[in-house]
Design a protein around this ligand. Structure first.
Ligand code: CMX
Length: 133
């Protein structure tokens, strides 16, 4: 793993949270994007070498809707950048972690992504992501 690519924060209202985090960081989100397959609307703020991703559910099926219902707003996942997601997924599986998707999915911000089940990672939802070149 190379670096923390982003930290994902689950929010109820993306528009309001964009304003709040823009005030906090002193700069606006550099992009907003919907990921239809994941049922989320997202926005991204640059934070040095990493980013902060805000996520709002677009329907009740969304993992973000379930998360907010159960735990409330807050940190939802940590994403780590990898060079070769297939190699890392194979390594993770061999190390005993549970992959939540067996093939990489298309995520926000031009990435291939794979999640690890938080039950196998001390309660932290971890995302592997590889930039699509
Ligand atoms: N971080 C830590 N723990 C989490 C969690 C999270 N983000 N989401 C759920 N959990 C916990 C639940 O609280 C539950 O714990 P307990 O058994 O102690 O109550 C446990 O994980 C299992 O939860 P569950 O109710 O059985 O399963 P869910 O239906 O809530 O699904 C998860 C949880 C992680 C498997 C599911 O959210 C998932 O597949 N996530 C990956 C995809 C995703 O998160 N997409 C949205 C972001 C997309 C993007 O970044 O673009």
């Amino acid at each position: 793993m190379k670096k923390i690519e982003h930290i994902g924060i689950a929010v109820k209202n993306l528009e309001q949270s964009n304003e709040l985090f823009a005030k906090l960081f002193g700069k606006p989100a550099y992009k907003t994007e919907s990921v239809v397959s994941e049922h989320v609307s997202t926005s991204f703020f640059i934070m040095g070498e990493s980013k902060i991703e805000l996520l709002q559910a677009t329907n009740e099926e969304s993992a973000i809707a379930k998360f907010i219902e159960k735990k409330g707003e807050g940190i939802h996942h940590i994403a780590f950048e990898v060079d070769d997601i297939l190699t890392e997924m194979k390594r993770m599986e061999e190390e005993g972690f549970t992959l939540l998707n067996k093939v990489p999915k298309q995520g926000a911000d031009n990435k291939l992504i794979c999640f690890l089940h938080p039950k196998t990672t001390n309660g932290v939802l971890i995302e592997l992501c590889q930039e699509i070149k």
